[in-house]
Design a protein. Structure first.
Length: 254
């Protein structure tokens, strides 16, 4: 095996899945929080405006590789209901936390993940790099899943200002782990964000198709167009056992 010293992991659909109820539950809590703060809302219209605004902000900002934040689309959706509120209003911050609190109930570790991390943490430096708008929520989920003790480095796009596949976040991962990029592998489910992103900066990618192979619906996030599968030269795993044997054997396939 190449001299791999460190492994970087994606979060959603790599280590955890979010079930169908995540976005629905989160939106309900968001509305409840805003109503508690005194905003009068027409629920269906607000939900529609919130979703449309989120899609637009995410598409626009991510085009340049920058990360955005929920406070912008919550503020804009409130505006459509006649409430002029700054994205930095504390009532909006409270609503963001309420929104993501639902994720604790709707996120589930992929079976065997804690055991896999436990095994690998003795042999490699482990890092986590996630595209997630709200850093505190991502960190809360990682903690809640019991993953936190295994990671030397946890990087969240919402805190970095940039998101995958921007090279900056992968540079940051290698730097934070204190390794050269050719001593690092990165495992994720998304052909563009994770696989191409890592390849672009010289990090060896591993494609996990756990979710794809089991037809688990992709939540959370905004549905993107069909992405092309990575080239055959990219290592592919569907279970943690396969990942462990890949690490034990020759990981470089070309
Ligand atoms: Mg993912």
């Amino acid at each position: 095996m190449e001299d791999i010293i460190a492994i970087g992991f994606d979060l959603f659909n790599t280590l955890i899945t979010a079930d169908h109820g995540a976005i629905k539950g989160a939106t309900q809590r968001l509305i409840l929080s805003l109503e508690k703060s005194g905003f009068d809302l027409e629920h269906e219209a607000f939900k529609r405006a919130h979703r449309e605004s989120a899609v637009r902000f995410i598409e626009e900002t991510r085009k340049e590789g920058r990360e955005t934040h929920n406070r912008f689309w919550i503020s804009e959706a409130l505006g459509t209901q006649g409430h002029t509120v700054s994205p930095d209003d504390p009532r909006v911050a409270k609503a963001v936390d309420a929104y993501f609190s639902a994720f604790f109930d709707h996120c589930h570790p992929i079976p065997g993940t804690v055991e896999m991390l436990e095994k690998l943490s003795g042999r490699y430096r482990l890092g986590l790099l996630s595209n997630f708008t709200h850093g505190p929520a991502a960190r809360g989920i990682i903690e809640h899943m019991g993953f936190a003790p295994f990671f030397e480095v946890i990087l969240i796009s919402g805190e970095l200002g940039y998101c995958k596949p921007h090279p900056m976040v992968f540079h940051k991962l290698a730097e934070a782990l204190g390794v050269q990029k050719n001593a690092l592998i990165y495992i994720g489910d998304d052909p563009l964000l994770d696989i191409e992103g890592a390849q672009e900066v010289g990090i060896q990618p591993v494609w996990t198709t756990y979710v794809k192979d089991r037809d688990i619906p992709y939540t959370p996030g905004i549905a993107r167009g069909q992405t092309k599968d990575p080239e055959d030269t990219v290592s592919r795993i569907s279970t943690w056992d396969e990942f462990l044997s890949l690490l034990d054997g020759k990981i470089k396939r070309d």
